[in-house]
Write a protein that binds this ligand. Structure first.
Ligand SMILES: Cc1cc2nc3c(=O)[nH]c(=O)nc-3n(C[C@H](O)[C@H](O)[C@H](O)COP(=O)(O)OP(=O)(O)OC[C@H]3O[C@@H](n4cnc5c(N)ncnc54)[C@H](O)[C@@H]3O)c2cc1C
Length: 401
C-alpha cells in the first residue's frame, strides 16, 4: 500500500479513479474498486478520528456488505446484537430476534481501510481544488501534490467546500432535521444491564424524542438517542452537564430498565440537515455517501445509501465507463438514474420525513397512527408471551407489565 506523506510524495500521481474522502463511503469504495482498478484514495485524516456517526450495521446493510465481500472482516470487529427489547411508558412492549452489529464508527472506518488492497495509492492530505473535464480530472492538495485521474469519486461527507467548487448545489430539505446524542455506558460494579439490547421510545410527544437505542459494542454498551430538537435547545446544553437527569426528564419510564450505570466516555452530539444535491450531473465526477444525500440517523439508512452507490458503480457502471474514452455526462447520468440507487435514496428521504412526523406531529391522524403502531407491537408482545416456543423467549429479559 502506498501511504505517501507530503515529504516523500511524487508531485503528480496518475490513476484511473481518485476517491476524495476516506470515511465509510470513500474507504469502502477504495476497498471495492481497488480490487480491479487503478485507484488513489485521498483523505485528510490518518488514522480516522473518533466521530459520532453510524455505530451499527443492520438490515439490508448486511446483504450489501456480503455482496461486496466485506461482511466477514467487518463483523469480526463488531459485536453481534441478536435480541432487542422494545419498550415505552416504563413497560416492555415486545422482544424481537434481530441480527445487528454494534461497532463504533471510527472502528468501522479503520476496519474498512484495512480491507483496501495494497495496490491502492493512499495520500493523507487536504484537497483544495478540483478541475473537471470530459476526459481528464485534476485534483490539487494543499501541499502542492496533484492527482490526475479519469474519474473523481467525491466522498467528502457533509463538507460543502469541494462540492460548491465544482458547481454542485445543496438542496436543503430540512435544516436541523434531527439531533443525535451518543455516549458509551457501563454497568456499575455489582450490577448488570437487564436486556441484551433496548429500544425505548419517547414517552411524550411534547418532548420530540424518537427513541434511545442501547446496544453492546466491543467494550461495553453504546447509547444513541434521537430527537427532533434544535441544537441550541437548553435541554441539549443541560444534557452535557447532567446526562442521566436529562435523559429521565424526557423518558421517565426508562428508569424501570436502567439501574446503576456510568457514562464512560464523552457525550457526543450531532445535528443533521436533510439535503439532496442539484447540478450534480457534471463530467468526470460522481458524488457518493453523505456528499450526495444525508439521511436521518434515527432511520439508520446512511450506510445502505453509500453501500448501494458503491455496489452499483462497481457492478454496473465503472467497467463500461473505463473501457471507452471520455468521462462525459452521458456516462455520469447513468449512475444517477440507476433504479436501485434511486429506490434506496427515495426510501431514505421518505423514512426521514416519517420518523420526524411520527415523533413530533400532534394532529389526530398522527395520534391515531402512533396508537396503532403501539398496539401492533403490544399485541405482538402479548402473543409472544403466551407462546413458549417463541424464539425471543430464549433471551434472559425480566418480565415487566
Ligand atoms: C449521529 C449519527 C448517527 C448515524 N447512525 C447511523 C446508523 O445507525 N446507520 C446508518 O446506516 N447510518 C447512520 N448514520 C449515517 C452514516 O453515519 C453516514 O451516512 C456515513 O457515515 C457517511 O459516510 P461518508 O463517508 O459519506 O462521510 P464521512 O464519514 O463524513 O467521511 C467524509 C470524509 O471526507 C474527508 N474529507 C472531507 N473533505 C476533505 C478534503 N477537502 N480533503 C480530503 N478529505 C476530505 C473527511 O476527512 C472524512 O474522512 C448516522 C449519522 C450520524 C451523524
Amino acid at each position: 500500500m502506498i501511504d505517501q506523506g507530503a515529504s516523500k510524495a511524487e508531485p503528480v500521481t496518475r490513476t484511473d479513479i481518485v476517491i476524495i474522502g476516506g470515511g465509510m463511503a470513500g474507504s469502502t469504495a477504495a476497498a471495492v474498486f481497488g480490487r480491479d482498478r487503478n485507484v488513489v484514495l485521498v483523505d485528510q485524516h490518518s488514522p480516522y478520528p473518533p466521530v459520532f456517526a453510524a455505530d451499527k450495521i443492520a438490515g439490508d446493510q448486511i446483504g450489501l456488505l456480503k455482496a461486496l465481500d466485506l461482511f466477514e472482516p467487518m463483523i469480526a470487529a463488531a459485536t453481534l446484537v441478536s435480541r432487542v427489547v422494545n419498550a415505552q411508558f416504563g413497560k416492555m412492549i415486545e422482544r424481537r430476534v434481530i441480527e445487528e452489529y454494534g461497532i463504533h464508527y471510527q472502528t468501522m472506518v479503520e476496519t474498512m481501510r484495512a480491507q483496501i488492497p495494497e495496490r491502492v495509492g493512499r495520500l493523507t492530505g487536504h484537497v483544495t481544488d478540483i478541475e473537471l473535464s470530459d476526459d481528464l480530472q485534476r485534483v490539487n492538495l494543499s501541499d502542492g501534490r496533484e492527482v490526475e485521474a479519469r474519474l473523481v469519486v467525491l466522498a467528502t461527507g457533509f463538507n460543502d467546500v469541494l462540492r460548491t467548487k465544482i458547481g454542485v448545489t445543496r438542496r436543503l430539505l430540512k435544516e436541523n432535521h434531527s439531533l443525535s446524542i451518543g455516549f458509551d455506558m457501563t454497568a456499575k460494579p455489582g450490577s448488570a444491564f437487564a436486556f441484551p439490547s433496548l429500544t425505548y421510545y419517547g414517552d411524550r410527544i411534547a418532548d420530540a424524542v424518537d427513541y434511545i437505542s442501547i446496544f453492546p459494542v466491543r467494550d461495553g454498551m453504546r447509547a444513541n438517542l434521537f430527537a427532533y430538537r434544535d441544537p441550541q435547545d437548553n435541554w441539549v446544553r443541560e444534557f452535557r452537564r447532567d446526562p442521566q437527569g436529562s435523559l429521565y426528564a424526557v423518558m421517565p419510564g426508562l428508569r424501570a430498565f436502567l439501574s446503576d450505570f456510568e457514562i464512560s466516555g464523552p457525550i457526543q452530539s450531532r445535528n443533521v440537515d436533510l439535503y439532496t444535491i442539484e447540478n450534480h450531473v457534471t463530467p468526470g465526477v460522481v458524488l457518493i455517501g453523505d456528499a450526495s444525500q444525508t439521511s436521518c440517523p434515527a432511520l439508520g439508512t446512511g450506510l445502505s445509501h453509500l453501500l448501494t452507490d458503491i455496489e452499483r458503480l462497481h457492478a454496473i457502471h465503472l467497467g463500461a465507463w473505463l473501457a471507452s474514452s471520455g468521462m462525459g455526462v452521458k456516462k455520469i447520468v447513468q449512475f444517477y438514474a440507476d433504479p436501485a440507487k434511486l429506490a434506496v435514496d427515495a426510501r431514505a428521504l421518505h423514512g426521514a420525513h416519517y420518523r420526524r412526523a411520527v415523533s413530533t406531529q400532534t394532529s389526530w391522524r398522527w395520534e391515531l397512527h402512533r396508537r396503532q403502531v403501539y398496539w401492533r407491537r403490544r399485541l405482538h408482545g402479548l402473543i409472544q408471551r403466551a407462546n413458549p416456543f417463541d424464539p425471543a423467549h430464549l433471551s434472559a429479559v425480566p418480565q415487566q407489565s
